[in-house]
Design a protein around this ligand. Structure first.
Ligand code: GLN
Ligand code: ZN
Length: 761
């Protein structure tokens, strides 16, 4: 029973975000292509060496990317829409970055970037492939072959990683209505075959082909595409194929996966541990099962003893078993050794990418030679696991007692929405089609500078506060002179909508270098939610009070919702997520109560990430939506009927979750709609959404200033679907990434549009 260790992908951004810095320098023209490629080559070499040093037998190549692995695949296949293709050869950076980021008119082009969307249920964004009926494909194998050869020259015979043809097609969008990208499968299979045979000729014994689509609900079309694809790709000219599935279980696709003539199958045993035995039972004797046993999506140390117990029988029963992370480590921070400021007790419980690989190597030793060869490590691991379980850092009896006390009426407002809205109308006396914004105003150079100086200690607390108060006052004055009806304080004191709250709640820790790629050169540093969540004191009331003290118009209290805080953190894995979310909800509930006590008439609870938390399988949606909605309501329902609760969501697909949105029972919801030209309003209109709604009329993702006419037209369209008394007028999202020079005229036009439409009703 040989046991081997394998990795599915390593973070490419670099421990000090070297890739980010090189990319941004290249885009700004400060370094040339050669220098960018040198940095990339150095990062790859360092990553391979680290993986070998950690004791990994099967090391990936072609997991690196200058921007995104889905875009790499599109370019490799020549799926490049004509306008980009005109910019250079298939493998040129000009084409590649134009697709990723668009071209600016001052650089001689004016192409939009290709659409981006989230990679399965992660916070990583990929560039959506775009294909059409007359699509032609041309293979450019330079990247996978080049990186394989590069590694080989350094002494690593790697296993190249390819995104599988079926998943790639399922993620693609069609440039023509009614066209199904999957029909292009026969056209791309010859390219994959060619690529595989060239990799084999170059010395690759195995390739890893990722088909995460196998953990989704698949229709018969997709299933038959998988059969066709792997019948064509497995053969004597190809290297051996490790088919990788991750982010969930195969479930009803298990028999299909086991029927494919591949040589190996990777399973995510963190998300779906229960699939191990049935797969082993059904697997061909010579199939190499890759056990994705270490969590590639989270930051916790594994339980070594438990994994040895769990995997022992499988290892003994099989000819070969491979140990791997559950998915690519792309989604984990790189190296815990860089965290010098974490509470040492907490640090004991964590494993980042490098540490996860070391765990795999230990696991292999233990499985192959028996636990006694890793006795010391096992003991240390068991100590860490036990310490975490019993620690006062993770258990706060007061929080637990409070959660136990939650009764059903805590999630119900005292009156139904119609009667609440009547009281709020009475109290707020707003014009019809009231105007407002979503919360943040431009985080200018001055704001960022003050924050950086405060962090470094060169600007003291009093000086920083004075600066923020002045900035807030300027924002209030600007909103008054723009004529907005409901104001915001501007969120200048917030670095980030989750981090700000995490820093004020107990149970959260922050890393120095725990960066994870979000898209391209953009990285995020999610907080680590390790313990019970409590709110030692009010978090936002003073800022709200300051702002409201400056104006007669209502200023909204501005909070991030519990589901969004959960979704954008690394969450403890020692209790159900729903339980953790409930604790956050109680903390936010207390903040709502404090804002109300201080006099706030309107409180907005943003749930920007509610939709992205949806499970990949439909069968799991109800459970998730049930607790997610209940948590929002737990936070909101403490408000009296005359206090108006707003929520905000920045995306545009609501059709399939509209009932849950209704069940949140907010008084007002603002959503993103400007780019979709109000299409999504249909969902709200057909379900007769009873509350008020602010469809975004100003696309804040672009520096462009929308005209009064354009926004007026959007409002007229919205008015057709709703009662005039139901509508609010606002941008798509917060304005923190914009400049005042664009924001002021845009908001002036927005207010003018609202006034015009008001006069017409
Ligand atoms: N209130 C937040 C802001 O305006 C909302 C951000 C978001 O929805 N992503 O910045
Ligand atoms: Zn938003």
């Amino acid at each position: 029973m040989p046991v081997t260790t394998a990795n599915l992908g390593f973070p490419r951004i670099g421990p000090r975000r070297e890739l980010k810095k090189a990319l941004e320098a290249f885009w700004a023209g400060r370094i040339d292509e050669g220098a960018l490629r040198d940095t990339a080559r150095r990062l790859r070499a360092a990553n391979w060496a680290r993986q070998r040093d950690a004791g990994i037998d099967v090391i990936p190549s072609n997991d690196f990317s200058l921007y995104d692995q889905v875009l790499d695949t599109s370019v490799m296949l020549g799926a490049i829409p004509a306008p980009y293709r005109a910019l250079g050869p298939q493998d040129s950076l000009a084409v590649y970055f134009a697709m990723a980021r668009g071209t600016r008119s001052d650089q001689g082009g004016d192409l939009p970037a290709q659409e981006m969307t989230k990679w399965f249920d992660t916070n990583y964004h990929f560039v959506v492939p775009e294909v059409g009926p007359d699509q032609d494909f041309t293979l450019c194998a330079a990247k996978p072959l080049g990186e394989f050869a590069e590694a080989l020259a350094l002494g690593h015979r790697t296993r190249p990683v390819l995104l599988g043809p079926v998943t790639w097609l399922l993620l693609a969008k069609s440039n023509q209505a009614g066209f199904d990208p999957l029909t292009l499968l026969p056209a791309i299979l010859p390219l994959y075959r060619e690529l595989l045979s060239r990799l084999r000729a170059a010395g690759a014994q195995w390739v890893q082909i990722d088909e995460p689509a196998l953990v989704l609900d698949l229709d018969e079309r997709a299933r038959s595409a998988l059969r066709t694809a792997y019948a064509a790709l497995c053969g004597p000219d190809s290297p051996r194929i490790m088919l990788a599935t991750y982010f969930g279980g195969l479930a009803d696709n298990r028999e299909l996966a086991l029927s494919l003539p591949v040589d190996g199958l990777h399973l995510d045993l963190v998300r779906a541990p229960e699939q191990l035995e049935p797969v082993l039972d059904g697997a061909r004797e010579d199939l190499v099962v890759s056990a994705g046993a270490i969590d590639g999506r989270n930051v916790w140390k594994c339980d070594l003893a438990a994994l040895l117990d769990r995997l022992g029988p499988a290892a003994r029963a099989r000819r070969e078993i491979q140990l791997a992370p559950s998915c690519s480590l792309l989604h984990a921070p790189i190296d815990l050794a860089l965290e010098t400021e974490l509470d040492p007790q907490l640090a004991e419980w964590l494993a980042f990418a490098v540490q996860k690989l070391e765990e795999l190597a230990l696991l292999r030793l233990g499985l192959e030679h028996g636990p006694y060869v890793i006795a010391d490590e096992l003991a240390a691991n068991a100590d860490a696991i036990a310490a975490r379980r019993g620690s006062a850092l993770t258990n706060d009896p007061a929080v637990r007692a409070r959660v136990a006390e939650v009764a059903p009426d805590w999630t119900r407002r005292a009156l139904p929405v119609e009667r609440r809205l009547a009281r709020q109308r009475e109290r707020l006396r707003l014009p019809s089609l009231p105007t407002t914004t979503i919360g943040s105003f431009p985080q200018t150079e001055a704001v960022r500078k003050a924050r950086a100086e405060h962090r470094k200690g060169t600007l003291d607390q009093a000086g920083y506060d004075a600066f923020l108060r002045a900035e807030t006052e300027r924002a209030i004055r600007r909103q008054e002179s723009l004529g907005l009806d409901v104001l915001v304080h501007g969120e200048f004191e917030r670095n980030d909508m989750v981090q700000y709250f995490g820093e004020r709640l107990s149970g959260f820790a922050f890393t120095r270098a725990g960066w994870v790629q979000s898209y391209g050169s953009r990285c995020v540093r999610p907080p680590i939610l390790y313990g019970d969540v409590a709110r030692p004191r009010a978090m936002t009331v003073n800022w709200w009070r300051h702002a409201q003290g400056l104006t007669e118009r209502p200023v909204k209290g501005m909070l991030t919702g519990p589901v969004t805080i959960l979704q954008w953190s690394f969450v403890r894995d020692d209790q159900p997520r729903a339980e953790t979310c409930r604790q956050i909800a109680l903390a936010i509930r207390d903040e709502v109560a404090d804002l109300e006590k201080a006099g706030a008439r309107i409180v907005q609870i943003d749930e920007a990430a509610l939709r992205e938390g949806l499970p990949l399988r439909r069968a799991d949606w109800n459970d998730y939506l049930g607790w997610a909605v209940a948590c929002f309501r737990l936070a909101a329902a403490v408000a009296a009927p005359e206090t108006q609760i707003h929520t905000h969501m920045c995306y545009s697909e609501f059709n399939d979750i509209i009932d849950a949105i209704g069940a949140m029972d907010a008084d007002v919801i603002s959503i993103e709609t400007a780019r979709s030209k109000m299409e999504l309003l249909d969902a709200f209109a057909t379900c007769r959404y009873p509350a008020q709604i602010g469809p975004g009329v100003y696309d804040i993702h672009s520096p462009r200033v929308p005209s009064t006419d354009e926004m007026r037209a959007l409002l007229v369209k919205a008015r057709g679907a709703f009662d005039p008394g139901q509508l609010w007028v606002n941008p798509d999202c917060g304005l923190k990434t914009r400049r005042w020079e664009d924001v002021e005229p845009a908001l002036a036009n927005m207010v003018a549009a609202a006034r015009l439409v008001r006069a017409e009703t």
